[in-house]
Design a protein around this ligand. Structure first.
Ligand code: MG
Length: 245
């Protein structure tokens, strides 16, 4: 299994290397079947809608200018080569919901199959990948905090099926040289993958993460990794900061 990942990368506190091909694969859990599997999830009354399936007016290219992804049939889809897109809204501590689907036509393997990503504050990636019957390095599987923590389990649905992410996010705090790390709780298809997991810093490829101070809010960014991943029904609920009076 060593060829799944890397053996020349720095060692994490866990003792495994970043993207270690020997790190155990997450255990597979079959998620329950939603009552309306083809319908977007219900949206709470106080949610701030980031994408309702009609247009990308709330989004822009991460490189600047218009978002280049296409919108059809109530979802957005990556247009490879147009680059990452991000919200015009800036998010801090929040509850985030989104739905995604990997391409129904399976193509590629490992990191090359249905790869995208959800970057909280534009910096912290929760991996989007088709890991249904597709092993890859554990800290890069679906729902991994990329390059830091594998998900507790693999709760992927089949490619082409809609999947849900529900994420609770606490932004990092910077006070002088003191950092209170970002904390994330992630559910995929209703199954917990992380619970209040402290991040080591903005997620990195092949490197150890570390913090440098940044603003308390940032955009939600979605990754163009060259695969035709779809997203729909994206909303968030700002949450009062735990240290706010
Ligand atoms: Mg990715």
């Amino acid at each position: 299994m060593g060829n799944l990942g890397y053996s020349d990368t720095p060692v994490l506190p866990s003792g495994y290397r970043v993207h270690d091909g020997e790190r155990p694969q997450p255990r597979i859990v079959t998620p329950g079947t939603p009552s309306l599997p083809d319908q977007p999830g219900a949206t709470p009354s106080d949610a701030v809608i980031l994408f309702d399936g009609t247009d990308l007016s709330g989004w822009e290219s991460a490189r600047g200018g218009e978002a280049g992804w296409k919108v059809e049939n109530g979802y957005m889809e990556v247009v490879p080569g147009t680059g990452d897109i991000q919200t015009k809204a800036l998010l801090g501590d929040c509850q985030l919901h989104l739905e995604w689907a990997a391409p129904a036509v399976v193509k590629g393997e490992s990191q090359g199959r249905g790869n995208s990503g959800i970057f909280l504050m534009g910096l912290y990636e929760i991996q989007v990948l088709d890991c249904y019957d597709n092993p890859t390095y554990a800290d890069g599987t679906t729902g991994a905090i990329y390059g830091q923590y594998p998900p507790l389990v693999n709760a992927c649905r089949k490619p082409g099926e809609w999947q849900t992410y529900d994420i609770l996010w606490v932004a990092p705090r910077f006070q002088g040289a003191t950092v209170s790390p970002a904390l994330v709780t992630v559910l995929l298809n209703g199954v917990a993958l992380h619970h209040a997991t402290p991040l080591m810093g903005p997620t990195q490829h092949r490197q150890l993460a570390s913090y440098t101070p940044h603003p308390p809010v940032g955009p939600l960014r979605l990754q163009d990794h060259g695969d035709l991943v779809r997203f729909r029904n994206i909303w968030y609920r700002p949450m009062k900061a735990y240290d706010e009076a």
